[in-house]
Ligand binder design. Structure first.
Ligand SMILES: *Cc1c(COP(=O)(O)O)cnc(C)c1O
Length: 471
């Protein structure tokens, strides 16, 4: 017999959709979400109640209020945006899976303004004719890198793709075997080369490549020499690479350009905030590379972008490539980018204004002081099932900048009082389920919340108030 047609007195006891919609609990949800979504949620809640009745899982009859509360909760849950802010307490400042760089307030304002209004994107306000979208950042990039000219595309992967395609399609690109990188996802240099229509000529060995290896590979069919910053790994021990300056001379002697993919690249000397020196874009240009490519949302601290800077004649060829249109950036990002680059004109205040640098520059002492203020409220919130301690830890930059360099940092180390690893995983899941999820990392039997990227303590504690601590 069909379950729904089976007569049952308690089924008849369930409220009607109308009764539920008229409850005080439903009123604010009606205002917030609209009638159709709320009605649908009420129907779904009633269907669940009906099932519970039929399976004998319902002890007491449900009131209209109770059904309304269940419907509203389901509706609220579904109304949460999929792309939500989180607290990045992983210790990786530029976390690709968490969206990399946080933008400066100046960039956020510029992007917001560009979203609200028409902008002179490709419109020359002086002459009234057509303009170029690159014009908004070209001068800044030239000033900040020392290059002759510059253009921007969707991301650095796109920058590499279009540079290779423009300079090397149907020809050969010479690369060291030690630099045939995989960045993650589907970005593997040999695959990108194939898609760019370039024939890969590998030279040297995994650990050692010499000047003569390059020189011997250059010939009639060579379109370019490519140097790739080994951004997410180091080959150590018995190694040899050819410095960019020497490589530029070798390429130029044969009349071919040197393309240097810097990956993260930076416009700021990280040594100024006590980190190891990461090659700056200006240095790469000065070393003689004809084209330098780098990312906007790694160390530079801006929106996702790929920069291509270098010789004016080559940039002009890249701009004429039909791929450029497919890889271009929109007005929102261009506005954020221009505002970010402007901040670099004032290096003294850059550290305070640019979140990426500000977070990287925080000292362990600063973070330990922050930890001292949090340990009490966090411990109280998690209850007797967990212990919370202040612990030294090591943050990393992320996104392939200085892969072996770590930053001394401080974490809240959370351990289950009964020592069970299952409790830690359950707590990690509960923190991911918060209104603003808290993302930490598990290491050596503890859930570490690295405080380097925590700037909104009040928001953090507020979100933590909602945690359902696992038993
Ligand atoms: C990160 C990186 C890329 C890809 O840059 P995206 O901006 O992520 O597209 C390419 N090359 C190197 C060396 C990198 O480090």
């Amino acid at each position: 017999m069909d379950a729904d047609t089976r007569p049952s007195p308690s089924l008849r006891g369930l409220p009607s959709v109308d009764q539920v919609l008229k409850t005080p609990a439903a009123a604010p949800a009606l205002e917030r979400h609209g009638r159709a979504p709320l009605t649908q949620a009420v129907r779904a809640a009633l269907a669940q109640a009906r099932e519970a009745v039929l399976e004998g899982r319902l002890a007491a009859p449900l009131s209209p209020e109770e059904v309304a509360l269940a419907a509203v909760e389901a509706l609220e849950h579904r109304a949460r945006p999929s792309l939500r802010p989180v607290f990045n307490l992983t210790g990786t400042v530029l976390h690709t899976n968490l969206g990399r760089a946080l933008l400066a307030e100046e960039a956020i304002e510029a992007a917001t303004a560009a979203m609200r209004a028409a902008v002179a994107l490709e419109f020359d306000l002086a002459g009234g004719g057509r303009g170029e979208r690159d014009d908004h950042v070209r001068e800044l990039l030239v000033e900040l890198t020392g290059a002759e000219d510059a253009t921007v595309v969707n991301n650095n992967a796109a920058a590499v793709l279009i540079a290779l395609n423009t300079l090397g399609q149907g020809r050969e690109a010479v690369v060291s075997r030690g630099e045939l990188i995989e960045i993650g996802g589907a970005f593997r240099m040999p695959d990108i080369m194939a898609r760019a229509g370039v024939t890969l000529i590998e030279v040297g060995t995994t650990n050692r490549t010499h000047a003569k290896d390059y020189a011997g590979a250059l010939g009639e069919a060579t379109g370019l020499v490519l140097k790739v910053h080994t951004s997410n790994y180091r080959i150590e021990g018995f190694t040899k690479e050819v410095p960019a300056r020497e490589l530029a001379d070798i390429a130029h002697a044969k009349g071919v350009p040197l393309v240097n993919d810097l990956g993260s690249g930076t416009l700021f000397d990280l040594a100024r905030i006590g980190l190891a020196h990461e090659p700056t874009v200006r240095e790469a240009v000065a070393e003689g590379a004809d084209i330098v490519t780098f990312s906007g949302d790694k160390l530079l601290g801006g929106p996702q972008t790929g920069f291509i800077v270098g010789r004016a004649d080559l940039i002009a060829r890249i701009n004429r490539n039909p791929m450029k249109r497919a890889l271009r950036v929109d007005k929102i990002r261009l506005a954020a980018l221009e505002a970010t680059l402007r901040l670099y004109r004032d290096p003294e205040r850059l550290r305070a204004r640019l979140p990426t640098l500000r977070l990287l520059a925080r000292t362990r002492e600063e973070l330990a002081a922050l930890a001292a203020t949090l340990i009490g409220p966090v411990g109280a919130r998690l209850g007797a099932g967990f212990t919370v301690e202040v612990a030294d830890c090591a943050s990393q930059i992320g996104s392939g900048a200085l892969p072996l360099e770590t930053l001394p940092s401080t974490a809240l180390a959370i351990r289950p009082s009964n020592g069970s690893g299952g409790a830690l995983n359950a707590l990690q899941a509960a923190l991911r389920d918060l209104p603003v999820p808290i993302i930490g990392r598990i290491a050596e039997g503890a859930l570490l919340l690295d405080l380097r990227c925590l700037e909104d303590e009040a928001g953090f504690l507020d979100s933590l108030r909602h945690v359902e601590v696992p038993a």
